[in-house]
Design a protein around this ligand. Structure first.
Ligand code: GLT
Ligand code: MN
Length: 402
């Protein structure tokens, strides 16, 4: 294993997390058998503790707390105590907890969107059970990744009903959280496709649209965790814009990070790994630093299938941390470049170019808008968007030449 650079890791490790399912991942894919030996959830948690990663996220299924697999309250309680002990001993906290609503054959035509009310009922029961476990384990978020809620044959489920059912499910969760006085909040994680031909919560825009369908009082309990690069890049979308939209809406819950070649299947490469777009990765971290510098960066990706050695998982964890450290350092130093500061100065303020802020003083803003004369030719003669100059600076800086 290479010596990963602690000078890059140390500044960011405190705001990181890993999905336990990513550490349990054995390298199998739809065409090939596992390449890595199995480990237990406890092994994974211990490894994170050893490296100093403060958070982990858990699927009920992966940590033996799935009530569909173990329909036995006593056994589930005993298992919960084991997981809690492992977290305590390792000094690792739960960042998010999620009811797996995509694995069981029962949810083959959707979980909370299924036409069959019995399947919807079982799915909602699982969600409520997960909320109790999550709160008890101290999780900050319960994530809804509704990967099985989508379609290949659209005749099967009315799409309006599907979105209403998703909103109902989320509203049920928020009502339960409020009723119990829980601290946890809900995050929606979008993905355009895979495993379904089309997934209903396809993009961050879809997720925001669903939040808008909720009762107003519940909306503050719900955020969005985009998965970047992967889930946005799979649809050829811009992850930097995804962060910007969520920041503007006050809905950025946290980030899922990983690597991805655009327009391919969900590769879940390590962050910056494989043919990941370095510039897009840079912009994502730039957006994060500008708008949510302390947000939790959770790596939701896994080692390449080629990595089968005993230290594959440790190298994977350290490698992701170092890759994030590299980009955070790059984005910070970019923002500190005098030339960048000068070129960017104009874009800083909301309603730039006017003294009044359209958000807080719409009347003043409108007056400023119509005050004074302007002339298209004068404006055109002095327009300087600086795009070429900034792009050059980004390239030089990213490649270590400025
Ligand atoms: C699944 C998916 C991830 C989600 C997980 C959370 S499940 O592994 O690929 O992107 O974050 O439910
Ligand atoms: Mn994810």
């Amino acid at each position: 294993m290479p010596t990963y650079r602690t000078d890059l890791i140390q500044p960011i490790v405190g705001q990181t997390s890993f999905g336990i399912w990513d550490l349990l991942n054995k390298g199998s894919d739809p065409f090939g058998a596992p390449t890595r030996a199995a480990i237990t959830a406890e092994d994974g948690i211990r490894l994170l503790g050893k490296i100093g990663v403060p958070f982990v996220s858990l699927h009920d299924l992966d940590v033996g707390l799935d009530p569909w697999v173990t329909p036995n309250a006593k056994a589930l309680d005993a298992r919960k105590a084991e997981i809690a002990a492992s977290l305590r001993e390792s000094g690792v906290q739960v960042w998010m907890y999620t009811p797996c609503l995509f694995h069981h054959p029962l949810v083959r035509a959707g979980s909370v969107t299924a036409n069959d009310a019995r399947v919807r009922r079982m799915s909602l029961q699982k969600m409520i059970f997960a909320l109790d476990v999550a709160e008890e384990l101290g999780a900050r978020w319960l994530t809804f990744w509704l990967g099985r809620d989508g379609a290949e044959v659209d005749a099967l489920i009315d799409a309006k009903a599907a979105y209403a059912r998703i909103a109902d499910a989320v509203a049920m969760a928020t009502a339960y959280i409020r009723g119990k006085g829980y601290q946890i909040r809900i995050s929606l994680e979008p993905k355009p496709n895979e495993p379904r031909g089309d997934i209903y919560v396809a993009t961050v825009g879809h997720a925001l649209g669903i939040i808008n369908l909720l009762p107003e009082a519940d909306r503050n309990l719900v955020g969005v965790n985009p998965e970047l690069l992967q889930h946005e890049a799979m649809a050829g979308l811009n992850g930097y814009h995804a962060i910007g939209l969520l920041a503007a809406a006050g809905k950025l819950a946290f980030l899922h990070l990983g690597g991805q070649t655009p327009l391919r299947y969900d590769q879940d490469h390590p962050f910056l790994g494989g043919n990941s777009d370095l510039k897009q990765s840079f912009y994502i971290i730039l957006g994060m630093l500008r708008h949510a510098p302390k947000t939790i960066c959770e790596f939701d990706c896994h080692p390449f299938r080629t990595e089968a050695g005993d230290d594959a998982r440790e190298a994977f964890i350290r490698g992701n941390l170092e890759a994030l450290g590299i980009m955070v350092a790059k984005a910070k130093s970019f923002l500190a470049l005098p030339e960048a500061r000068e070129l960017l100065a104009e874009t800083d303020a909301r309603g730039f170019g006017f003294t009044a802020d359209p958000a807080t003083d719409p009347d003043g803003f409108r007056q400023a808008l119509f005050a004074g004369e302007w002339n298209a030719d004068t404006v055109a003669a002095s327009l300087s968007p600086n795009a070429q100059a900034l792009d050059r600076l980004v390239n030089l800086h990213l490649l270590g030449m400025a």
